[in-house]
Design a protein around this ligand. Sequence first.
Ligand SMILES: [Zn+2]
Length: 231
Amino acid sequence: MTRGAGLFALQELDLRLTALHGEIARIESELQGDDQLDRLRVEVVQAQADADAALANANAVDHEVSELTRHAKRLEGRLYGGGIGNPSELVMLQRELDTLREKLAVADGELLVVMESAEAADAAVRATEAAVQAREAYREASREPAEQHLIHTRDELGVIQTEREQLAAQIGASDMSLYTRVAGRHHPAVVRLGGDSCGGCHLPLGILEARAVRSGSELIQCSNCDRILAP
Ligand SMILES: [Zn+2]
């Protein structure tokens, strides 16, 4: 393996390690909590509060209808009971009763509307509760596969870390520090030749440089972009 190829292989391992670290963090976060489930639970609480308010409203209107009905019955009793002989008093009672019946008609109409709202709010509570249950069931079912995946990913991380240590031990200290320095500025830091050109910036190399990269006699960097070149 040439020095450039060695660094290229090291870079491949580093990329894999970064991906594995990311995957482990993702699975751990997935196992720990669930934003979607949290959101759904908040929706249940909100829906229940809406349903409580709608029910309270329906009860208030229902109470108002009962009161108006009772009041109207009382007036009817006085009006048609025969106890009042004064015609002007009868006219006033009749007017009062008419006004009351109009109010009652309005309140009856309102009662229908608020009862429908209360039923819709109840349905919304049941729907959000069902969504929470479905999400909980999904999480329960996916827990074991996720835990297995986490174990395998950690195993693979260990294997790749060992591979990297072994490879790094074969690479000279100056090559390692060059790789670290270039990797701080370029991703990827090590590129393969594309024909006789730099695989990073695509500028053509000199014939001698390209030959040196292929033979691996020395470590060559692109004179334009500074990347390390591998055959
Ligand atoms: Zn270049």
